[in-house]
Ligand binder design. Structure first.
Ligand code: OAD
Length: 234
C-alpha cells in the first residue's frame, strides 16, 4: 500500500515566525500598503513602477529570512505521508525547507513572467532582485512580477482542487480564509476525511465545521502537535 496522502493548505501565518509579515493581522502588509494599489491588476496598470517597487522590497526581505520549524516538520512528514502543499504564499520557504511538492496559488516572489506570454517564466538571480517596468527577460520580453494580482484568475486552482479531492488528511495552516478561491478548497475534502486547522486566531467560518479539529497555536507549536497526532495514527 502507498503512503496516505496529506494535503496542506498554507497561508501567510506559516511564515510569520520566520519574520515575514502577514497581510490582515494588526500591523500586516495591507495596513501599510493599499492592497488595490500594489496587488491588483488595475493598480498595476495605473502605476506599474509602484508595484515593482513593492515586490522588490518583498524579495529583499525574503532573502534575509529562513524557513522555520513548521516548514521543516512538513518536509519531514514526507517520510510517512505523500505530502502535497498548496500555498497562498509567494515566498519560497516550503521549498527551502525541503518539501518536494509545492503548488503556489498566488505566484512566486523569486520569479518574473512575460507580460505578453504568461507561460514564459524566469527565476531571478539572487544578485539581481530588483525589477522595473522596463525589465526584459532573456528572450527580450517585458517582464512583470510572477504574482497573481487581485482581479486576475488563479490558474493553479484546478490542480489544487484535484489534490484536495484525493486527500486522506487535510491541514490548513495560518490563513484567514478571506481570499477566494483558495478559501473554498476546504469544501472539496471528501466526507469523513479529518481536517486540522492550525492558527492562533482561526477564521470563524471554520470553527464548528464538520470534521475540523482546530489547533489554536502558532504554526511551529501547532505543527509539533500535528506531527504527534499524524505519526501516532499512521
Ligand atoms: P492573512 O494575513 O489574511 O492571514 C494570516 C493568518 O495567519 C491569520 O489567520 C492569522 O491568525 C494567522 N497567523 C498569524 N501568525 C501566525 C503564526 N505565527 N502561526 C500561524 N498562523 C498565524 O494571510 P493569508 O490568509 O495567507 O494574496 O492571505 C491570503 C492572501 O491574501 C495572500 O496570499 C495574499 C493576500 O492578499 C495576494 O497578495 C495575491
Amino acid at each position: 500500500m502507498g503512503k496516505p496522502k496529506l494535503v496542506i493548505s498554507s497561508g501567510a501565518g506559516i511564515s510569520a515566525e520566520s519574520g515575514i509579515s502577514t497581510f490582515r493581522d494588526a500591523g500586516g502588509l495591507w495596513e501599510n500598503y493599499p492592497v488595490m494599489d500594489v496587488a491588483s491588476a488595475d493598480g498595476f496598470r495605473r502605476n506599474p513602477e509602484l508595484v515593482h517597487k513593492f515586490y522588490n522590497a518583498r524579495r529583499r526581505d525574503l532573502v534575509t529570512k529562513e524557513p522555520n520549524e513548521a516548514h521543516r516538520l512538513l518536509a519531514e512528514l514526507e517520510k510517512d505521508y505523500d505530502v502535497y502543499i498548496i500555498t497562498q504564499n509567494v515566498d519560497d520557504l516550503h521549498e527551502r525547507a525541503g518539501s518536494s511538492n509545492v503548488l503556489h496559488l498566488h505566484g512566486e516572489l523569486m520569479k518574473i513572467r512575460s507580460v505578453s506570454d504568461p507561460d514564459y517564466i524566469e527565476t531571478l538571480d539572487p544578485d539581481h532582485l530588483d525589477t522595473t517596468p522596463a525589465t526584459r527577460g532573456k528572450r527580450g520580453d517585458l517582464m512583470r512580477p510572477h504574482i497573481v494580482f487581485f482581479q486576475e484568475a488563479v490558474p493553479n486552482i484546478e490542480p489544487a482542487i484535484n489534490l484536495v479531492e484525493q486527500a486522506d488528511v487535510f491541514v490548513v495552516i495560518g490563513t484567514s480564509l478571506a481570499v477566494y478561491p483558495a478559501a473554498g478548497l476546504i469544501h472539496y475534502v471528501r466526507h469523513g476525511v479529518p481536517i486540522y486547522y492550525i492558527d492562533p486566531n482561526p477564521a470563524t467560518a471554520a470553527i464548528g465545521m464538520e470534521g475540523v479539529t482546530i489547533i489554536r497555536d502558532k504554526a511551529t507549536a501547532g505543527m509539533e502537535k500535528l506531527v504527534k497526532i499524524l505519526t501516532h495514527a499512521s
